[in-house]
Each structure stands twice: as C-alpha cells, then as structure tokens.
Design a protein around this ligand. Structure first.
Ligand code: ZN
Length: 309
C-alpha cells in the first residue's frame, strides 16, 4: 500500500523571533489548519504504541543526543496526553507500530528537510508509521543550532506520527511547517506548545472529528477492498480463469459500481465468458453474458459487438 501522505518539516530558517515561552501562550488549537481527511488517531486498544528505534551509530552525522531527543519527544507527547497516548520500545521492527531511523540526507536530497514521516493507513487508524530523521552531517560546525533543529524535527515528526496531519502556521508550535531558529533558541527550550497539546487532545477526543474520521475510514476501507478484489480478479483474468475473475469483479462492482476499471474489467470478463458459451453453442447464455457486458460498460466497449447474435 502506498503511503497516505508524506509530511516534511523545513528545519532551518533565519527570521528573527523572540525567545520561546511556551507556558504563556493562549490555549487554543490549530485543528482548523490541518488536512482534515488525513487526520488520524491511534485507537485506544493499540496502546501502548510499539516503537522500534533503529540504532543510528553507523549513520553519518548521528550524535548520541539525537537518541535522547527522541526519548524526550515520546515522553513529552505521552505526558501531554496524560497517558492517553503511550509508547513502549520494542526490539524488532516486525513488532513495531512506529519505526524510527536516522538518515544523513533524505532521498529528495533537500538540505532543509528535517524529517519524513510516512503513515500507512489501516482500517481504524494508522497501520504502520515510518519516521526518518535527518542527521545533517554538514552542519556540525554550528553544533548548538544543529541540536536545536534536530530536536525540533524529532518532536515535530512524532506529532505527525500521532496523527497531526499538516502544520500550524504559528512558529511557536512544534508542528509549524517552518522552524525559525535564532540565537535565543536552544535545544534546552524546545518543547510542545499548549496549542500542540490542545490540538492532539482535540484530535483524540472530539466526537465530531471522530465521526468524520470514521466516515473517511469507511470510504478508504471500501477503496482498499475494491483494490484487493480487483487485484485478485486481475490474477484470475490473466490466467484465463474467467469464472474466478467474475466472482472477484462482481464483488468489487457491488461495492463500487461507478469505479471505471471495475466496470471495464467485469464487462471484459462477461465478454470472455460469453465467447466460451458461443464456442459451446450455448447461444442463450452467450447472449445473456454479452448483453451484461454491454450494459455495464457501454462507454468503453473494446470488443466487437458483432459477436452478439
Ligand atoms: Zn511536518
């Protein structure tokens, strides 16, 4: 399954801002700024979320502090949620819900991206999450800024992994899309803003958001089922098992009658079955099947209608 979405944080910028003071911010949230369709929530029964941390010692640019930032970030988000969200470290990636690794550069090779979080959707929430955190080996000459940026990115990507899809426009939030570093910011004062906390709390507990999320999951689950049945049907069709293909495509068609490839594939299958009946001189059944094919996919007919008697 392809990733539902990819989220990025720009790690370094130079606009001057005042020192962070997280405790004095107004308590509200930025749910309205997020991509509502991609907001996720880990179901309660998945707690504690299992995290596998791939050791970073062999990654160019990795520093031991990076691992402590990750532990701090997990602890901070969990504490902010009063334990409603919790984590446990596991030793095998196969057992993990979230896998975290470090990388010297992202595949896109952009020097300004601090991390990449990929969420693989499941039926009731994330199925798996993969987080890559950038080590920025070329920034070692600016150690304090580097540590600040990496810690910020670490807190930020964990926020995405917990379901915060999108970014805050407020640069004081750890979920801002662009980190503004200045000399008063150090890795010591990086932390969640009240708005970060409030946002995840609302994502986790707001019944209206839960209802919308359930509706989105239902649509996504239908799409996944159509895709699964379609792939099974394709295997059957390609091996000329047209009866098997018909079973799969009919089930997919019952879920998504307007899906163009489902319609086209089912019509082609009826057509192939109809041809078999012509070979067997079963004219009535051949007529019924070819008629079905025409009814289902009149628009994209790619077979000779002249076969119909
Ligand atoms: Zn981001």
């Amino acid at each position: 399954m392809k990733a539902l979405f990819v989220v990025l944080v720009t790690s370094v910028c130079c606009l001057p801002v005042s020192a962070q003071n997280y405790s004095s911010q107004t308590v509200d949230d930025y749910v309205g700024e997020l991509n509502e369709k991609n907001i996720e929530r880990w179901p309660d029964q998945r707690m504690p979320i299992k995290v596998f941390i791939k050791p970073g010692e062999n990654v160019i640019g990795f520093q031991p502090q990076y691992a402590s930032f990750l532990n701090e970030a997990l602890q901070a988000w969990s504490q902010a949620m009063s334990g409603q969200v919790s984590f446990v470290i596991v030793n095998a990636p196969a057992a993990a819900d979230i896998t975290v690794s470090w990388i010297s550069h992202l595949p896109e090779d952009s020097k300004e991206l601090g991390g990449l979080t990929t969420i693989y959707p499941g039926s009731e929430g994330p199925s798996k999450v993969d987080i890559k955190l950038v080590t920025f080996p070329e920034r070692r000459s600016q150690q304090q800024k580097l540590l600040t940026a990496v810690k910020f990115s670490t807190f930020h990507e964990i926020g995405h992994a917990l379901g915060i899809a999108g970014h805050s426009s407020n640069h004081q939030d750890v979920m801002t899309g662009t980190v503004h570093l200045n000399n008063t910011m150090t890795f010591m004062n990086i932390g969640l803003s009240n708005r970060d906390v409030r946002t995840l709390q609302r994502i986790s507990n707001d019944p209206v958001l839960a209802q919308r999320r359930n509706e989105n999951h239902a649509v996504a689950n239908q799409k996944r089922e159509i895709s699964r049945l379609g792939n099974e049907g394709n295997k059957c069709f390609n091996s000329k098992d047209y009866k098997g293909a018909k079973d799969c495509y009919e089930k997919a068609f019952a879920i998504g009658r307007t899906h163009p490839s489902v319609r086209q594939n089912l019509a082609m299958t009826y057509y192939e079955l109809g041809k078999q009946k012509i070979d067997e001189s079963d004219w009535n059944e051949a007529d019924r099947l070819i008629t079905l094919a025409i009814e289902i996919d009149r628009q994209h007919l790619t077979f000779p209608i002249g076969l119909r008697r």
